[in-house]
Ligand binder design. Structure first.
Ligand code: GLA
Length: 666
């Protein structure tokens, strides 16, 4: 099967969300001229334009979109044409009150923001298909059309009667009969036994803790339901012109009821939106992690490799809960090129032009309220020129010999009520491992359980709470094939229904690890336990009994004084490590450096100084991103594609700068 992409010959895409519906035509022309000046060649159009496209039920006003697409085409800019189904107009909500979403405590929401629909409501699904059909009929062969962008960030849930009925239908296909559901949800506990399907509902607000199996299945149900909302649009868009790729942009975070790895099977390219929340170096760490996640979904989730693309990012501010933080000059470029280094097929922003009103009027934009005579626009133009110099390099495979397992359902299950501690966070633990390796200069793949591990010398399971029998087999095969393994606390504790595996934790991996955990000792937020090998443990600790493993570091103090904290078990020629607490960052970095080293994994660019992110790719490119405010010297040889300079053994990367070296082949 050929891979459908919105670009040709390895060209990198560059652009962002453009909202001409908010502006008169003279601004469109100015925008397109500015896009050309900035090197933009792909824009997402129409993503929230439903009420401009269909101001009244069945009355379509598409002339303006004809003009917009023609204008783009005449300027050589391609369109990622969106279906506007993430924001139904007010007429829709008033006409179909039963399609408005209901919260867990029974409140029916109303329009006035976006995403106010129930994706299980037939009226919403019909309306979404209709507007997508209208767009497909009119634009499927428009010469500007490069990509269909379905919806925006699927991620809503609902508890209305439509949802309840759909949830029940979904459960009847998941479980052979009601006994199987009762068994999976352990309904013997608290007298929750269901004697009729009609008694089974969504996990609405209830008196005390909800059933974990029910909550987990509700998330899975929403992932599948939202996916079917996507695929029915995709299918009709594809039918209108099979040559045009179709995707939808992923929003990251374990609050999203979407299993992105599973969804990767249904998209022609994986598209992610990424907005780091940290303001210090954490933003760069988060950027690398998000890019590696996307690459893992694209490479392994789809069952066939598909490309991936950074579909949205902020041209300027980083948003935190209380305040927007302005990015220093150069930072936007480094964030963008970090994604490209890790395999993104381009860089897209939200948003092109800042609106005069609306909820996101102060969100950063390439063309800000101040216009285009700004340092942000100049930096964006320089980035456009840099991407032009990298033409022919997309999409590139990254060299990585460590695989970190990431599983949406484990993240959901750890958030369940009634866990031994609040704040348990599988994505956060995966990110902590990734961060420690990032600081050690080691590139990691982030992969769904079951992914081929051919190139991985080391597999890490970071609080990978759920373990189906298939996942356990996958881990075993890796170790028995000579791969090294590192397992952290709370991995393999439960099966895929979140039922605890008995006989001592971690039930799924005890024998591989040569340990048996008798009990948990969760730590308070401000608690630290000293470790005999140096450093401290946080968040979690456990009574670990060695059963074949050697102790590498023990708890030093408190009730667990002298007991193993970190262990290592020899299996054939490899080691299976167990980490029963969250080491502080420095200790984690040292530990993972040692573990990776013993597994034969080397940094991407040995000799690169601290603060320089290096990514080496299979196409012979070495990306070097200097996150410090000093010039940094890095050993390298070849041609710097961004400057055209020959690199002869050593390269100085400017403060906050980036170099992309096409390495000499020895
Ligand atoms: C998301 C959405 C955009 C916008 C940005 C703001 O990524 O897709 O519409 O709301 O967040 O950061």
């Amino acid at each position: 099967m050929t891979t459908k992409t919105p670009w040709n010959d390895g060209r990198l895409c560059y652009g962002g969300d453009w909202n001409p519906e908010q502006w008169p035509p003279e601004v469109w022309r100015e925008d397109v001229a500015l896009m050309r000046a900035a090197g933009v060649d792909l824009v997402t159009v129409g993503v929230f334009a439903w009420s401009r496209l269909e101001p009244e039920p069945g009355r379509y006003t598409l002339d303006w979109l004809d003009d917009v697409l023609d204008l783009l085409h005449s300027a050589g800019i391609r369109a990622a044409l969106a279906t506007p189904t993430a924001s139904p107009p007010p007429w829709f909500s008033l006409r179909h009150p039963d399609a408005l979403p209901v919260t867990a405590d029974g409140v029916r929401l109303t329009h006035g923001s976006r995403d106010t629909y129930c994706a299980a409501a037939p009226a919403y699904r019909d309306a979404a298909r209709s507007i997508a059909e209208v767009l497909a009929a009119r634009y499927a062969h428009h010469p500007a059309l490069a990509l269909w962008h379905v919806h925006n960030e699927y991620g809503t849930t609902c508890h209305c009667p439509h949802t309840e009925a759909a949830f029940r239908r979904w459960l009847t296909t998941r479980y052979d009969d009601l006994d199987a559901l009762n068994d999976a949800w352990v309904t013997t506990f608290w007298s929750q036994y269901y004697s009729d399907w009609a008694q089974v509902g969504t996990p609405r607000a209830t008196q005390y803790l909800a059933n974990p199996g029910q909550v987990l299945d509700f998330r899975r149900f929403w992932s599948d339901t939202l996916l079917s909302a996507y695929t029915e649009q995709r299918d009709l868009l594809r039918a209108a012109n099979p040559a045009v790729p179709v995707t939808t942009n992923y929003v990251l975070g374990d609050w999203v009821p979407v299993d992105h790895a599973r969804w990767a099977r249904e998209v022609d390219l994986v598209a992610i939106d990424h907005y780091p929340s940290a303001t210090d170096l954490g933003a760069e760490e988060q950027t690398a992690f998000a890019a590696d996640l996307a690459r893992g979904w694209a490479r392994h989730g789809a069952g066939r490799p598909v490309p991936w693309l950074l579909m949205e990012s902020a041209p300027n501010q980083i948003h935190t809960a209380g305040r927007m933080h302005t990015k220093k000059p150069g930072r936007m470029t480094r964030h963008s090129l970090a994604h490209v280094a890790r395999g993104s097929a381009g860089v897209m922003f939200f948003q092109w032009r800042a609106p005069v009103g609306g909820a996101e009027r102060f969100h950063s934009a390439v063309v800000s309220h101040a216009g285009a005579d700004t340092r942000v626009f100049r930096e964006a133009s320089n980035l456009g020129a840099a991407l032009g110099r990298l033409a022919g390099t997309a999409p590139g495979r990254v060299q990585a010999a460590v695989a970190i397992a990431y599983d949406a359902a484990s993240g959901w299950a750890l958030r369940h009520p009634g866990m031994p501690r609040d704040g348990l966070d599988h994505p956060g633990e995966a990110a902590a491992v990734h961060r420690a390796l990032w600081h050690a200069g080691v590139t990691a793949d982030v992969v769904p359980p079951g992914a081929p591990l051919d190139g991985a010398r080391l597999l890490v399971l970071p609080a990978l709470y759920l373990a189906s029998d298939a996942t356990v087999d996958w881990v075993r095969r890796h170790v028995h094939d000579g791969g090294h393994l590192l397992v952290t606390w709370l991995s393999g504790v439960a099966d895929e229904h979140a039922r605890v595996r008995l006989g001592g934790y971690p039930g799924a991996y005890r024998d591989l690890l040569g340990v048996r955990v008798e009990e948990f000792h969760p730590l308070a937020d401000d608690e630290h336990v000293p470790l005999s090998g140096g450093g401290t443990g946080r968040i979690w600790s456990e009574t670990v009994h060695p059963a074949g493993a050697e102790t590498i570091s023990a708890y030093a103090g408190g009730v667990l004084d002298g007991r193993p904290a970190i262990t290592r078990h020899r299996v054939g020629d490899a080691y299976a490590w167990y980490v029963s607490t969250r080491p502080d960052d420095g200790t984690y970095r040292r530990l993972l450096t040692e573990v990776a080293g013993l597994a034969g994994v080397v940094p991407a660019c040995p000799g690169a100084p601290s603060g320089v992110e290096a990514v080496r790719r299979q196409d012979g490119l070495l990306y070097l991103l200097n996150h410090t405010d000093r010039p940094q010297r890095v050993p390298a040889a070849g041609l710097d594609l961004l400057t055209g300079a020959t690199v002869d053994g050593e390269l100085t990367v400017a403060p906050g700068g980036v170099a992309v070296v096409r390495e000499e082949t020895p």
